[in-house]
Ligand binder design. Sequence first.
Ligand code: HPA
Length: 283
Amino acid sequence: MGSGTPVKGARKRIGIAASVLRAAGFGEASTGIVLGTGLGGLVQHLEVEREMAYTEIPHFPEATVEFHEGRLLQGMLDGHRVVVMQGRFHHYEGWSLQEVVFPVQVLHALGVRRLLLSNAAGAIQPGFPKGSLMLLTDHVDLLPGTPLIGPNDPELGRRFPDMGRAYDPGLNALFRQAATDLGIVLQEGVYAAVKGPNLETPAEYRMLRTLGANAVGMSTVPEVIACAHLGLPCAAVSVLTDACDPDHLEPVDIADIIATAGRAEPLLVALFREVVKKMEGAV
Ligand code: HPA
């Protein structure tokens, strides 16, 4: 984070980024979408109207993981105007949690009314197969910190945000309905966020299971906390890319995880498109 009063500084940086984007024609979308690892195929269905590289947006972190393209896109997806983050930021890349959530705060400043997120995660729940999708109903935050640390800016949100309905029940109902209509099996469960970038040990997988987690990953939770702070309804879906079975743990490599995410991509893309279609008419 930069210098100056942290509270006012954050809001000022959000305002600067939002005004640069507004000047470039952003700010007309009511739905924000964050594309996670290997899930970028949604943009092929987007009629892009505006785009800006993260490097062009003041105060945006720059995506560093090579399979993430760092661009903000605005356009029509199945008749609904959306703003899409192509590439997201992870704490393990060295960004502070405040930096990780900065784009979400900017999307909120631009007027989005809901945020849909995707990620790749490991399956902790034995019955959840590799390649399947899981709707997040709740989370366990094991990240080393929170994006809300420090003085609170009441203009952005409350000091003590409620996390009882962090995953919006209305949006989750829409995801369930969309999955049913498409005949897609959508698991549901609790996502544990860990710091990464190393994967977990068998003992850690046992711990996560004991904690009530059904999946584990290295993203999403900071953004969901920022949404709770902003009062921005959100929902998230994981692609389960590997089975985290502590007693039969296969060596996992990131290429395999990305390949599995890629194979599940058409399902996730179809699901997100169907959810967006169901929002048609909603503002
Ligand atoms: N842990 C284990 N498996 C995973 C993860 C993780 O954080 N992300 C994707 N697959």
